[in-house]
Design a binder for this molecule. Sequence first.
Ligand code: NAP
Ligand code: MG
Length: 499
Amino acid sequence: MNFTLKSSAIQAEVAKLRFRTKAFINGKFSPSASGKTYASINPANGTTIANIAACDETDINRAVAVARKAFEDGRWSQMKPGDRKTVMLKFVELLEANAMEIALLDSIDAGKPIYDCVNIDIPDAIHCIHWHAELIDKLYERVAPCGPDTVAMIVREPIGVVGMILPWNFPAQMMAWKIGPALAAGNSLVIKPAKQTSLSALFIAELATVAGIPDGVLNVVPGAGSVLGPALCRHMDVDMVAFTGSTSVGRDLLRYSADSNLKRIILELGGKNPQVVLSDADIDNVVPHAMNSAFWNMGENCSSGSRLIVHRSVKNELLKKLIKYTATWPLGDPLNPKTRVGPLIEPSHMATVLNYIEIGKKEGGKLVLGGKQVRQRSGGNFVELTIFDEVKKSMTIAKEEIFGPVLAVIPVDSDEEAVAVANETNYGLAASLHTRDMNKAHRYARAIRAGVVSVNSFSEGDLTTPFGGFKESGFFGRDKSSYAHEQYSELKTIWMQLG
Ligand code: NAP
Ligand code: MG
């Protein structure tokens, strides 16, 4: 992507943006059945970007019906794998050609720094779809060892109509993590993006159709989750729902499934992720990783390392260097290419984060950085990067997912205590572990109960590795890698008795 653009050039590109605001059903944009709309707000200044179709159950039913028809007549589900791959590679080409536009849409809709959208989110999203497209004609099925009188084939088939419910923190990227493997496996999709961030999803759906993904295969229905979620997840003709979002809504989805057709549900949920720093860690190496882990995407990140569990002997050195490092991430207008910290998604979420900061102070955490709302005159929801020292594991800010730029530093006195504190949570999404001792690294990486443990880094690994959570951070789901691809298919046995 061309990222030599200056701020003024970026503003000019934003002025040229065209917004897709209607539901995308059966290859066409159409208004919501009720004709209602809602405003999508720019979190950096509080202005309305566009009015989006506020869909309801009628629109979901229409989208599911066309997705079902597309699935049953085989226009995508029965297409030869090589041909499906060709269409998806064309889709990838179009995404690449429009990458800057998608990056700008996510930046203004979600308040994400354009720096991140251009360098991380959108390249990662496109790579994900590319990777799954390439996998389509490289997966072989199996024949079971049953002797000469039978042929027992174990094959994989697409699941059918798959609903997808997306969060607002990585709009295009979370969509790609789901549509890449699900389309590659031959399913038909009905996607509900987060209410705050539907613009990139609607544009990506249009590009999919231009690329030749048949009508009815990829539908996007924007609107409120409280209305569309139950309609989609209780629908008897939806075979699976893939969800990324909060643990509380995840629980609702399991109920909707149990009350309807036992559709497959996969859940990618919240986290209260530990960063464990042992006494022998290379502190200069820890600092940039701790920074990314705690504050990347304003801490609005499911795998954010919001608990820094650090051996007391190195805590002061680490904290001093980390605080110094925070000054290298400018907070400001997300469209300024130098900005690394943008606004929070909306005023109500900012209020929640500020309330957690107050609770942290009341419960005895020692505020050593930030703690306040800033740039009020911009009309945006900006909160300073915030660090509490001397946090006890029993405090609220050590236990609950804040989903904002608030880091809790929890000092410990031994390696064993560090690992024990890391595991004292109902969540289990991601963790990082810093030590120079490879024996400890191996042993403790196994001991930490999380779906991803990164050693001497903050990373979810690349697309070749699965991503998903233990405990209340997830339910069966894994995004990325061939494991993601598999979960969008059903396993079938075909047993043939020979005469
Ligand atoms: P959220 O409130 O759970 O919303 C996620 C999605 O669910 C949105 O599209 C929302 O629609 C929809 N929804 C709301 N109520 C629903 C219902 N009753 N039935 C079905 N769907 C419903 O979460 P969020 O605030 O957008 O995202 C933050 C959470 O997501 C955090 O907990 C974070 O940790 C988690 N997350 C996890 C991962 C991961 O991979 N594990 C990645 C990113 C985020 P509306 O937008 O219309 O409300
Ligand atoms: Mg918005």
